[in-house]
Design a protein around this ligand. Structure first.
Ligand code: TYD
Length: 144
């Protein structure tokens, strides 16, 4: 299943003791969770990512701090500010993305639908552009 990148706002259970967010695979995110990883202890304003995936679906959540995500797909760029643990960013399909860890206390937690598989990564930007052009020309061909 491919969806354009978009934010998911999670329901927050808030009371005087604090806040609780529950994430259920296949319920408030559109896939079963096979893997969770998190990135922390990043220097302020460091950027990571700089890759796309062929098939992986992921939801990115800044469980602490502020993270800016830049996405590029279909020749367009979009920006998402992850500044609350209530926000998740769904990424699927061929999306070139970078994550900027704006504050040095930022923690990025990622939920993914498969185990780690390096062969799913597209780490070369020119390869990404070629794959995307192939995808778009196939899509237009199917519609003709
Ligand atoms: P990398 O893809 O470079 O991180 P980023 O997306 O932030 O640029 O991953 C860093 C290292 O961690 C790399 O050696 C691969 C490894 N890794 C795993 O072993 N399992 C995982 O689930 C992920 C995401 C990365």
């Amino acid at each position: 299943m491919k969806e354009n990148p978009h934010l998911i706002i999670f329901n927050e259970n808030k009371d005087t003791r604090g806040c609780l967010v529950a994430i259920e695979g296949g319920n408030n995110i559109p896939f079963e969770i096979a893997r969770v990883y998190y990135i922390y202890n990043t220097p302020q304003n460091i950027e990571r990512g700089f890759h796309a995936h062929r098939n992986l679906m992921q939801v990115l959540i800044a469980v602490n701090g502020i993270i800016e995500v830049t996405c590029e797909y279909h020749g367009q760029k979009s920006f998402y500010l992850l500044d609350s643990p209530k926000k998740g960013l769904l990424l699927s399909g061929l999306v070139w993305h970078t994550m900027k860890f704006v504050s040095d206390d930022s923690i990025l937690m990622v939920l993914a639908d498969t185990y780690y598989d390096e062969s799913d990564y597209v780490r070369n930007y020119n390869d990404f552009i070629t794959l995307e052009q192939n995808f778009l020309s196939g899509f237009l061909h199917e519609r003709a």
